[in-house]
Design a binder for this molecule. Structure first.
Ligand SMILES: [Zn+2]
Length: 253
């Protein structure tokens, strides 16, 4: 079993999943980097999976598909950006040779965003980041993202490793610590990420349980987060509206 990631551009990640000869690339936004990642592990992916259609994740897909003869799978809700061979709309499981994945529909950052779950790992694209969540500036809708957090992500197992589409941990943790200066878990995570960056290494993935301890979008009821939301949206009892208010605060940070 192979699970690997590689950074491209400043902060994007492409992922490789393989079980024996059955391999898939997730979000090969940079075709050269994606093909090099597969070659480094000696596999020839037959599938390309997308967490969503934004060009920084899906823009390399056609070239990688042509180079490998691979099939492209993604959610048709993002058809304005790309045309996958296989539409993941309505699919909650995938069997790609020996690769068995769960697919969680996760609209909000884009209409067709999905979370891909494989062997204890959750590939979250631009929906859930380390210590943050995706913005809704390009085809997204904050209230839908809120419902994804409250209804899709909230019930998931805390042991899942979180593998996002970007490393935005440092600015996200700065925002989180602005809301909760006394959050020791967030300070620990920030130190861990900064040590990795200074060493030229990749930060270790977090888990969903660790995200629940540091990520304000999973902590609407934590006192510091709740107080900031209450200043922006006084007397708002509805969790979707409070999430939307928090997303707007992050947009202005
Ligand atoms: Zn995106």
């Amino acid at each position: 079993m192979i699970f690997a990631r590689r950074r491209y551009r400043a902060d994007n990640y492409v992922y490789l999943l393989a079980a024996e000869d059955d391999a898939a690339l997730v979000d090969p936004g940079d075709p050269e980097v994606a093909l090099a990642l597969a070659a480094a592990h000696g596999v020839r992916p037959r599938w390309i999976l997308h967490t969503h259609g934004h060009p920084d994740h899906a823009g390399g897909s056609a070239r990688v598909a042509a180079a490998l003869g691979a099939e492209v799978l993604g959610h048709g809700g993002d058809a304005r950006w790309y045309a996958p061979d296989v539409d993941l709309a309505g699919r909650d499981a995938l069997a790609l040779g020996r690769l068995r994945l769960r697919v969680h529909g996760a609209p909000g950052h884009t209409p067709g965003s999905v979370l891909l779950e494989w062997e204890g790992r959750l590939l979250t694209g631009d929906t859930l980041f380390w210590a943050g969540c995706g913005n809704c500036r390009s085809g997204g809708e904050p209230a839908r993202l809120a419902r994804t957090f409250l209804e899709v992500i909230a019930p998931l197992d805390g042991a899942l490793e979180i593998h996002p589409g970007h490393d935005y941990a440092v600015p996200n943790l700065a925002f989180a610590l602005g809301l909760e200066p006394g959050n020791a878990a967030a300070r620990t995570r920030l130190a861990e990420v900064e040590v990795a960056h200074r060493a030229g290494a990749e930060p270790a993935p977090s888990t969903l349980a660790r995200e629940r301890a540091v990520n304000p979008f999973l902590r609407l009821d934590a006192p510091g987060v709740a107080a900031a939301v209450a200043r922006a949206a006084p007397d708002e009892p509805d969790a979707v509206a409070r999430f939307v208010a928090l997303r707007a605060l992050r947009d202005r940070a």
